[in-house]
Design a protein around this ligand. Sequence first.
Ligand code: 13P
Length: 251
Amino acid sequence: MANRVPVIAGNWKMNTDVESGLKLASDILRLTNDVSGVEKIVCPPFISITRIAEELSGSSIQVGAQNVSSSANGALTGEISATMLQGQVSHVIVGHSERRAQNNETSEQISLKAIAVAEARMTPILCTGEDLAIRQAGKASSFVSEQLEANLAGFTEWDSLIVAYEPVWAIGTGEAATSDQAQEMTAVCREVIRKLAPHAADSIRVLYGGSVNSGNVGELLSQPDIDGALVGGASLKADEFSKLIVAASSG
Ligand code: 13P
């Protein structure tokens, strides 16, 4: 984990309503507000963001969004722009594999989203990762390298970026990457950053995501290029998510 401050971010995906989301946020707060040496982020559905941001205001937990439009405003029914999120959230997930697959998001759109988020003074959490067929073909490294480079086209705000390596085959399957696999691929991500922005490569946090839980988080975080976790299922249980935060704080 080098000397970068670790990040534990929860991607709630399309789970929780406003009331249960508020309860989850306040339970996580109660269990972890005093835990230091780790950045804590929860990313609820859009509908809950305002209330949860109020609930967590002034606390050690930050709020993120799960998506953003690549456009500034206009006739885009159902979309939410970066400037609308400004002041509500500190981070925005972009390029999650579920959105790439289900919403046909292209690399070009994803790079525009990352730029829009950074221009609005928030931090993009840019996701990248290969699917099973690519891994089995032995092409995981070259795929992630090319995907991440394409997604960072035109990006300049290197002081404000988090990258998350999330292999599609490990998301929601209960089968996390091994710590060796995750280390190898987070190092690939860091090399891409080094190529694009040499001065930022050793400070940008690169997270691992995909079936992270309290049983595997310690070994994952002990790897030199893994600076934290982007967590789906386990972020919906306050006690389990809190264990990840505690593990990162002492890791
Ligand atoms: P799981 O932790 O449920 O595998 O989800 C990972 C993820 O997609 C986080 O963005």
